[in-house]
Design a protein around this ligand. Sequence first.
Ligand SMILES: NC(=O)c1ccc[n+]([C@@H]2O[C@H](COP(=O)([O-])OP(=O)(O)OC[C@H]3O[C@@H](n4cnc5c(N)ncnc54)[C@H](O)[C@@H]3O)[C@@H](O)[C@H]2O)c1
Length: 342
Amino acid sequence: MLILVTGAGGFIGHCLVKKLKADGETVIAADWKYPEFERSPADRFFNVDLRYKEETEAIFRSCGQFDEVYNLAANMGGMGFIENYRALIMRDSVLISTNVLEAARKYQARRFFYSSSACAYNTELQKDLNNPALSEDMAYPAMPEAGYGWEKLFSELLCQYFREDYGLVTRVARYHNVYGPNGTWRGGREKAPAAMCRKVILTASKGEIEIWGDGKQQRSFMFIDDCVEGTLKIMRGDYPHPLNLGSDELVEINHLADIAMSFEKKHLTKKYIEGPLGVRGRNSDNSLIQKVLGWRPSISLNTGLEKTYFWIKGEIETLRAQGVGLEASSEIPEVTDKRYVG
Ligand SMILES: NC(=O)c1ccc[n+]([C@@H]2O[C@H](COP(=O)([O-])OP(=O)(O)OC[C@H]3O[C@@H](n4cnc5c(N)ncnc54)[C@H](O)[C@@H]3O)[C@@H](O)[C@H]2O)c1
């Protein structure tokens, strides 16, 4: 097959490209940056800004009809980034989603995949601990995460309307917190699992690690291999509406810290500080994906986090050998790149 992956310089996009190449497909990659940690194995890499229609269409014009288009490009990051850059996130990702979907229609792609998020769900239902897991019908009435979540709902609907009005085959997954090797682990765009591993690795025994809030927030975290496998299953399956793609192993952030500490038997003190928290409790209800695909993510947090921990440790050792100084604590990134600010 001839396949396009946008966001192929990012975490999930790059891992998807690797899987598709291993499966023997012809893969075209697009992103405005190359993967951070490895070379992309894509057959061709378009270094383009997908916020611009002409740059997006140029890919389709030069490659012909795609069998599959996976749109994973988005301006996004961890909770600190999402809460501080609403305008940037929403403006950029609305433009990217619209351009890629429109080009897929115009150049008659056979199938289109969009990566939505658990942040599309109604936040009113996530204010407490031990909330019921989120099932697909709980996105409406709409009250998603500010900025980022509204863009996700907008793009989900755009996919639906393109399917209904133009007959483009579209598939949508609502990812819940994806982590693993090759994911961003420093700089402010990283998510909780990578940040926790970094903090534990960089803190000397008997030291303190910082945790945003009281650490009682609950989440589920999906390992990257489950994400890639589920993405392919959703894309190639028959179910046209949004589907949860997430783990249903619910953990407190405090417990996430304990698991990260367990790999090298570190006993660190948790220091609770103010920080961006997001919703209080969120889990994935996997009944529907199990029903329509006969599959659900199954890699345990312990197994996935151990792989991630030692991958980050390897990256840290490489950087230290080059004399790079590293901070354990998390920061809110300052966006200074002119391409982002515009
Ligand atoms: N990682 C998660 O936990 C998670 C959870 C829910 C949803 N998602 C969604 O999955 C998708 C992929 O996420 P990810 O974790 O790989 O993120 P990522 O930030 O690693 O990858 C996104 C990629 O999009 C690229 N991009 C941004 N703006 C661009 C532009 N104007 N032109 C070209 N490329 C541009 C970035 O350079 C980046 O490489 C995103 O849509 C994200 O919202 C991710």
